[in-house]
Design a protein around this ligand. Structure first.
Ligand code: KIV
Length: 280
């Protein structure tokens, strides 16, 4: 499907009318599942660094890896709005590299836009990328790519100063042209204020019930990532346990010669078999 048949504008129009629901996806199957379930948008998140590549945080994942996931998602969910998450160091170095890498998400990754983490410090970058015609989803609150500076992934906006900063940043990002703002791990009251004060939709993860939309990580929704289960996650399926059980049964059946059965096997015709045996 042509990229321009879907637009972040469609999400913007949903503000105040319906709850916008997003999920992350990283490969053909997770994307296909998300599309067939009817999500409003897919984020190809840099959380792939942990849930797909097994790193401890989001720092190691790079552009080339992100683009592989974006391409797979575009094949699995051609009819859903897809946003690529700009990985660490793909936009911080200069506006030029930010625009170039954001462009790669569109050109090579077949994404309709990019997500960029950060507030005040990246406003100029957001301007530059949106000026290049690439829609940007802002991301404030807990921003894992700044977790070294912030001292971890703790809820942000619990004191007056940080709360004010978050509200200001949401407005600055709106001015810079973002089509929506993702709020990660902020108190519900703060996301309510931001949601009321900006015209673009707010998408929450750990941001309470008042945002215009919600997003969760695919592996958390289906219970495929038992290593980490943050408070804000709701898991709808015991994916890891159920799949593990299936694989254990497969191993057991092979060992006990229950699998493969006749119906899983290919057979020679009687004539060929006879001829073969005679020729021996
Ligand atoms: O990479 C990711 O999964 C995210 C979440 C906040 C949705 O950015």
């Amino acid at each position: 499907m042509s990229l321009f048949k879907l637009s972040p504008k469609n999400l913007m129009e949903k503000k105040g009318k319906e709850v916008i629901v997003g999920i992350t996806a990283y490969d053909y199957i997770s994307a296909k599942l998300a599309e067939s379930a009817g999500v409003d948008f897919i984020l190809i998140g840099d959380s792939a660094s942990m849930v797909i590549l097994g790193y401890e945080d989001t720092f190691p994942i790079d552009m080339e890896e992100m683009l592989i996931f974006c391409k797979a998602v575009s094949r699995g969910a051609p009819n859903v709005l897809r946003i690529g998450d700009m990985p660490f160091l793909s936009y911080q170095v200069s506006k030029k590299t930010a625009v170039y890498n954001a462009g790669r998400f569109v050109k090579e990754g077949r994404c309709h836009g990019v997500k960029i983490e950060g507030g005040e410090e990246i406003v100029e970058i957001v301007y530059a990328v949106t000026k290049a015609g690439i829609p940007v989803l802002g991301h404030i609150g807990v921003t894992p790519q700044r977790s070294i500076e912030l001292g971890g992934l703790k809820v942000r906006g619990k004191d007056v100063e940080t709360a004010k900063k978050l509200i200001k940043e949401a407005k600055l990002l709106e001015e810079a042209g973002v089509f929506a703002v993702l709020l990660e791990c902020v108190p519900s009251e703060i996301s309510k204020i931001i949601t009321e004060e900006v015209k673009v939709p707010t998408i929450g993860i750990g941001a309470g019930p008042y945002t215009d939309g919600q997003i969760l990580v695919f592996h958390d929704v289906v219970g495929l990532f038992p290593e980490m289960r943050p408070k804000f996650v709701k898991t709808y399926f015991k994916g890891f346990e159920v799949l593990k059980e299936a694989i254990s049964t497969y191993i057991k059946e092979c060992k006990e010669k229950i699998f493969p059965e006749e119906k899983h096997s290919f057979r020679l015709s009687e004539e060929i078999l006879k001829e073969l045996l005679l020729k021996k």
